[in-house]
Design a protein. Structure first.
Length: 232
């Protein structure tokens, strides 16, 4: 099985991040600079007065995929749409440059995963919604969308932290409940909340949710003073 490796980053946010209300669009961007790390983008966006990096994912030219904002947060990447879209940004300036093959493939694999999470969402370029050249004349939009659509099998993703888990089917809430009940234990790196490293695959998350909803953890939940999943 192919694993889509998404690298977590530590960002220090200016303020707390708000959750998004819905996901109607997946918006593709370029960084408009030839070389920049996700931390460079984070600093630039802080300098804009924003909470921090505005994209949810950042794909480097070598095909490395980084997380930006937590998946469930509102972004700062497309005026008027931040509360209902996911932003994916490519390193580079595709107004002038030609995208390397590794980056193209990585964006397509990431897009395949994200469209799987939000099948109702429309994939667009930033310029389709705002007055901007982004993601640039040379951005291979059609090729990436086609590659993403024609890819084989589901993308296998691992979630390092609770905040990485999508909540559109209530997945994150269930995992949070299981962490509170100590059915899932993190590595203890976050004393204050549930920001421990848990490292669960998407399939493991799906299985845990399925078991939880079937009442498999109810005895333990009741023992911890937490409401069971199945009520009689
Ligand atoms: Zn853009």
């Amino acid at each position: 099985m192919r694993i889509l490796n998404i690298i977590d980053q530590q960002y220090s946010w200016r303020d707390s991040l708000a959750d998004r209300s819905t996901t109607d669009y997946i918006i593709l961007h370029h960084a408009a600079v030839s070389a920049a790390s996700p931390q460079d983008i984070h600093r630039m966006h802080l300098n804009n007065g924003w909470t921090g990096i505005g994209y949810h994912f950042y794909v480097a030219k070598d095909g490395t995929v980084y997380r930006g904002r937590p998946l469930n947060s509102a972004g700062a990447q497309c005026q008027g749409y931040n509360d209902r879209s996911i932003g994916i940004c490519a390193e580079g300036n595709y107004q002038y440059e030609i995208m390397p093959e590794a980056q193209k493939v990585a964006i397509a694999e990431l897009l395949r995963y994200v469209t799987g999470l939000y099948p109702q969402a429309q994939v667009v370029g930033h310029r389709d919604l705002n007055a901007t050249a982004c993601p640039g004349t040379n951005y291979p939009f059609d090729e990436i969308v086609t590659l993403a659509r024609e890819g084989e099998g589901a993308e296998m993703v691992r979630y390092q932290k609770l905040s990485d888990i999508p909540n559109d089917y209530g997945f994150r809430e269930v995992i949070e409940t299981l962490m509170n009940a100590k059915i899932i234990n993190g590595d203890g790196s976050d004393q204050a909340g549930n920001d421990d490293v848990i490292d669960l695959s998407h399939d493991q998350v799906r299985t845990l949710v399925f078991l939880y909803r079937g009442g498999a953890f109810d005895r333990k939940l009741i023992k911890e003073g937490i409401q069971p999943a199945v009520k009689d």
